[in-house]
Design a protein around this ligand. Structure first.
Ligand SMILES: [Fe+2]
Length: 299
């Protein structure tokens, strides 16, 4: 089945890039609405790409999985703010609503020309090998490969990220939980590859970061929640998505960027969600993904 349904301009690689950009920007809106997951999409994408490479998959598969990692929570765009932005643990009823996000995402994707590339990641990233996942409670052999990879990376990032009601776990603790749940919550083959990534030191460069070489910065009230964009520099302002406190970037004693509280609180306009187009552009221009987008068009 051809993945490229347009008959006009079918050999223009820019079309695929632009379509992909719209999808990634849509995913970014979800991230921007959720104050507790700054950098989550970048981290899951980077982890999934790294894991797929470690497992020996081909470049085309790796590129698709990186995109799937970025898009996996697309369906959260349909989850009400009262639940998405709730600072406490969710009730069972609220969890039932959260559990609708994979199907919402798949429906959103359905009309998109590139849907076939990301639908496994979007629809099945919360399935589990023991059949206790959602939305379809698939058995181990029926969970698509992309979803098995992204499910591990998504859970690792959730465990190591700080939330209002709990601090993020150390990497080692999260790895132990993955080890103990191989074959139950996590795919055994890809889970073992993920555990082996610990020896390479790569996890330290992804956990707690929002981009390559850009660590999350500390809000004095909320912990590591501040996301600085690559192009931001000393004197620029940013806001804590959780407490709305304003911070100004400054150069620390070792030359590193740090965030200093100004005492001001953000206005609604300051907190309006804006996609990081520069990051999306860099993501799309990664060598593997450009080649892969062209490959979609070539067949
Ligand atoms: Fe999800």
């Amino acid at each position: 089945m051809p993945l490229w349904p347009f008959t006009h301009r079918r050999h223009d690689p820019n079309d695929a890039q632009q379509l992909m950009h719209t999808l990634l920007a849509m995913a970014w809106v979800v991230e921007a609405r959720d104050p507790y997951t700054g950098g989550h999409l970048w981290r899951v994408s980077r982890l999934a790409e790294t894991l797929a490479r470690r497992a020996g998959l081909g470049e085309r598969d790796i590129a698709r999985i990186a995109v799937g990692g970025f898009l996996h929570d697309l369906g959260k765009v349909g989850i009400p703010d009262a639940i998405l932005r709730k600072p406490d643990r969710l009730t069972d009823d609220e969890f039932d609503i959260i559990r609708t996000h994979p199907a919402i995402g798949a429906r959103l994707l359905a009309g998109h020309p590139l849907a076939a590339l990301a639908v496994d990641a979007v629809l099945s990233h919360h399935e589990r090998p023991d059949g206790k996942g959602y939305p379809a409670a698939l058995g181990a052999d029926d969970i698509p490969r992309d979803a098995r990879i992204i499910g591990i990376c998504d859970a690792f990032d959730a465990m190591t990220s700080t939330r209002p009601y709990r601090k993020g776990m150390p990497i080692e603790t999260a790895l132990n939980i993955i080890r103990e749940n191989l074959g139950a919550q996590f795919d055994t083959r890809f889970g073992e590859h993920f555990l082996n990534l610990a020896d390479t030191g790569v996890l330290e460069h992804i956990a707690g970061h929002a981009d390559d070489g850009i660590p999350l910065l500390d809000c004095m009230m909320c912990g590591p929640t501040l996301v600085a964009r690559r192009e931001q520099t000393t004197g620029d302002t940013l806001f804590c998505p959780q407490c709305s406190g304003e911070y100004r970037l400054a150069t620390g004693p070792k030359g590193q960027l740090e965030a200093r509280q100004t005492g001001r609180v953000a206005s609604a306009a300051d907190l309006a969600p804006v996609a990081d187009s520069a990051l999306i552009e860099r993501f799309l221009n990664g060598a593997a993904r450009s080649a892969w987008a062209s490959g979609i068009i070539d067949g």
